[in-house]
Design a protein. Structure first.
Length: 202
């Protein structure tokens, strides 16, 4: 789909998602990235062009909260000030929040006034556009906005959420990402004796 069509799709999804705090009956992503996977690596320039942000493979060491958003997504607009406030709480800690805009500079006349109005200070970027979509959004399988990915300090995906989130829920996801909260090695039936099985975690 073209980026203009994406904007129309984003508005449609916004109307659907805005009726509830969470998206229902919509697949969270295309499934190309799943919980437990090493997140695809990327580097993006901030909207003002003054710095770069990165996440995923090759950019580890901090918990990363990725927020794929769009100005044309009404739930995104509603939650960005709260996410920015949370960013102020964690900006000097082991957590980094990155807002990845699926708009592009052709929509600066909408996006920049919104940023100025709400005095947003969190790292704000535009995804890299292709002829049909966006580079990072496609790598992560994003199908709508807002979409959240929480990555642990090793760059593994720990949570995926399509739909608006309360900051309290984001905080809970971040706290979970600080601990070895899941096992990635599943012992197949008959693979080895119970007595030989050793617990493993990630």
């Amino acid at each position: 789909m073209s980026r203009l069509i994406y904007a129309a799709v984003a508005i449609s999804l916004a109307l659907i998602i805005s009726t509830t705090s969470y998206a229902e009956n919509i697949p969270a992503t295309t499934g190309v990235v799943r919980v437990g996977d090493l997140a695809p690596g990327f580097t993006l320039k901030t909207i003002d062009g003054k710095s770069e942000v990165c996440a995923g493979e090759g950019c580890t060491g901090k918990i990363k909260v990725l927020v794929f958003w769009s100005f044309f997504c009404f739930p995104c607009q509603a939650e960005m000030p709260d996410i920015d406030e949370y960013n102020e709480e964690v900006k000097d800690t082991d957590v980094e929040i990155i807002a990845i805009g699926l708009d592009g500079h052709e929509f600066d006349n909408f996006v920049l006034p919104f940023i100025d109005k709400h005095k947003l200070k969190l790292p704000l970027t535009y995804d890299i556009p292709t002829e049909d979509y966006y580079v990072v959004a496609e790598k992560y399988g994003v199908v709508g906005t807002p979409t959240f990915f929480v990555l642990d300090a090793e760059g593994k995906v720990r949570n995926i959420q399509l739909g608006r989130l309360k900051v309290s829920a984001i905080k809970a996801m971040v706290e979970s990402a600080r601990s070895n909260a899941f096992c990635s090695d599943i012992i197949k039936p008959g693979a080895r004796k119970v007595s030989e099985a050793k617990p493993s975690s990630n």
